[in-house]
Design a protein around this ligand. Sequence first.
Ligand SMILES: Nc1nc2c(ncn2[C@@H]2O[C@H](COP(=O)(O)OP(=O)(O)OP(=O)(O)O)[C@@H](O)[C@H]2O)c(=O)[nH]1
Ligand SMILES: [Mg+2]
Length: 223
Amino acid sequence: VLRDVLGSNDLIARENRQAFDAHGCFVVNLMSAPGSGKTTILERTLEALDGRIRSGVIEGDVLGTLDADRLAPLGAPVVQIDTDPHFGGECHLDARMIRNALAALPLDGLEIVFIENVGNLVCPAEFKVGEDRKVMVLSVAEGDDKPLKYPLMFRVSHLLLLNKIDLADHVDFEPARFRANVARVNPGLPVIELSAKTGQGLEAWIDWLTTSMAESRRSSHVG
Ligand SMILES: Nc1nc2c(ncn2[C@@H]2O[C@H](COP(=O)(O)OP(=O)(O)OP(=O)(O)O)[C@@H](O)[C@H]2O)c(=O)[nH]1
Ligand SMILES: [Mg+2]
């Protein structure tokens, strides 16, 4: 049954991807455990991209509009995933939810669409939604052993943002041990140390975004 669910999800994800491609939108699926800093990173990112790259956001909180309300003042269009009573307790976004959200997002004017997934370190890794890149956030407070305990998320991601680096010394986070653990599950995974609070690493993250956007445009021209 799970295979069927994933199969039909992948079909809709492909359609979403075609819709994004048709409008030249680069799509980033942002995933993490609850509270790692996805919304705060989006706030800093939208501020940094303001006036340079037109961005939009699909907010995945399946209950409430707290995060969408935080992002709304930043000027980028924000669409909240429809709260469907049948999906009120969902632990991830799937491609169908993104398809439903697309009708409300003005893709025509957008170069980047960020999708903030539901806070969960397991389920979101299993569902494609039509993104170009999966970016996971881990905050140092969660511990340097997490790659070994939640390997799938680390395997499917194209980039890891190691957030709250300003707190590393307070929570006994050992960067060398962490990098060794990452290397055991996904040796090629790039890691950017970030603090959405102090701004450390923000430039490297924005560089990664613009470089990946350019790469994705080139490959869709070739393909
Ligand atoms: N010290 C510190 N705190 C941070 C940093 N980034 C986020 N926070 C704080 O961490 C808390 C959670 O941040 P959010 O951005 O709401 O996290 P989230 O991943 O969007 O959470 P959910 O949407 O509930 O999964 C907030 O109190 C932020 O202010 C950081 O780099 N350093
Ligand atoms: Mg959030």
